[in-house]
Design a protein around this ligand. Structure first.
Ligand code: NAP
Length: 339
């Protein structure tokens, strides 16, 4: 393998087009797409043309991922498929000797997620990472540093309002049949909520469930779309345990919000639209506010993949971390289902 990594793309849907391709395009000194695969030809052709136009050459297409995995011209793969295919395709990719970046959530259920941890052990020379972009977003790294610097005193409570209105009429994700007819527990709650869990775990440590509740508001987007998760964190790296509430609400018919608030003994912090604001005292006096330029973390994610493959650095979004994110949400859903 030369300095550049030859990467094959498996799955040419929404995320490949609007999230992965912009990141790979901006890192042409690190990655070259050498083959693309989609089981339906039209999408494979469209993606191949998109990439080919940038590289000024034809990019071969494959309808069967096993054919792409057999290519010597592919060192690594980005697996961007419906979640239920993650285990099968990761296993085939490892057996073909390819480094793996696979989209989140890590698997369709905990049994397959555990098998992926086994796969990682079986192929220690291959890099395996989950594309959990929230681990790479600068605003959450800044949040952690701000708390560690003691700017709000001792943090004691976190509230994350993840309110969205996801409807097939104006949201392309809600038109993907694998999401609506989800084979994994939780539907959009799991698909979207796993990002919030990853960011919370990165900043506050592992989360212990203290309560949960679920509602189905819009059956058009699956069996569950509204979930409240109450937790107590374990704390990490100078950050003490906190209590918290994460709302993963995907059918909200009012102003949507992604607001994350942390209350501390001397002030508070808020993140809204990638802007981190520090408030001091009890009358909401803002002492600083900074917007963090952010592509969602996708470019950083690929930089990390490159660095782990070429320089053997420690991977940030390992299969293990992604397993823990997924396990956290599966455990909470299980409890909510028993109520
Ligand atoms: P999508 O648009 O449905 O893309 C999946 C693609 O895989 C489709 O083009 C589909 O083709 C193709 N496909 C299905 N079965 C295949 C097979 N056996 N072999 C080859 N191709 C096959 O879904 P998406 O929104 O891109 O999501 C894909 C993955 O990205 C999911 O894991 C999702 O969780 C993740 N994602 C992550 C983020 C993020 O922020 N990190 C955001 C969005 C999505 P057809 O449509 O023609 O069947």
């Amino acid at each position: 393998m030369g300095d550049k990594i030859n990467i094959g793309i498996i799955g040419c849907g929404i995320a490949a087009n609007i999230l992965h391709w912009p990141a790979i395009k901006s890192l042409q000194d690190q990655f070259t797409i050498t083959a693309v695969c989609n089981h339906t030809e039209e999408k494979a052709n469209q993606f191949s043309k998109l990439v080919g136009a940038e590289y000024s050459k034809d990019i071969p297409i494959y309808l069967d991922y096993k054919q792409l995995l057999a290519l010597e011209s592919v060192d690594a793969v980005a697996i961007i498929l419906p979640i239920e295919l993650n285990y099968e395709v990761c296993k085939a990719a490892a057996e073909a000797g390819k480094h793996i970046m696979v989209e989140k959530p890590i698997a369709v259920n905990l049994d397959e997620a555990k098998l992926l941890l086994e796969l990682e052990k079986e192929f220690p020379d291959l890099v395996m990472m989950v594309a959990e972009n929230f681990r790479y977003r600068p605003v959450y790294a800044a949040l952690k540093k701000t708390i560690q610097k003691d700017l709000i005193g001792t943090p004691y409570y976190v509230e994350w309002k993840n309110w969205a209105n996801v409807d097939p009429k104006d949201n392309q994700y809600a038109r993907t049949s694998w999401r609506i007819n989800h084979q994994y527990e939780g539907g959009f709650v799991t698909d979207g909520g796993v990002h919030n869990i990853a960011a919370l775990r990165d900043v506050f440590g592992d989360l212990e469930l203290t309560g949960s509740s679920k509602v189905q508001v819009n059956p058009k987007i699956g069996r569950m779309d509204t979930f409240s998760y109450l937790f107590r964190s374990k704390g990490r790296e100078g950050i003490p345990p906190v209590s918290g509430l994460l709302q993963m609400f995907f059918s909200v018919k009012r102003k949507t919000s992604k607001s994350l608030i942390i209350l501390g003994s001397n002030g508070s912090l808020e993140i809204e639209d990638d802007t981190l604001t520090v408030f001091e005292g009890d009358d909401d006096f803002s002492i600083s506010s900074e917007k963090f330029p952010d592509d969602g973390g996708y470019e950083n994610e690929y930089k990390d993949f490159y660095s782990v493959i070429t320089q053997n650095t420690k991977i940030k979004s390992s299969f293990y971390e992604a397993y823990c994110d997924f396990e956290t949400i599966m455990h909470a859903l299980k409890q909510a289902n028993q109520l």
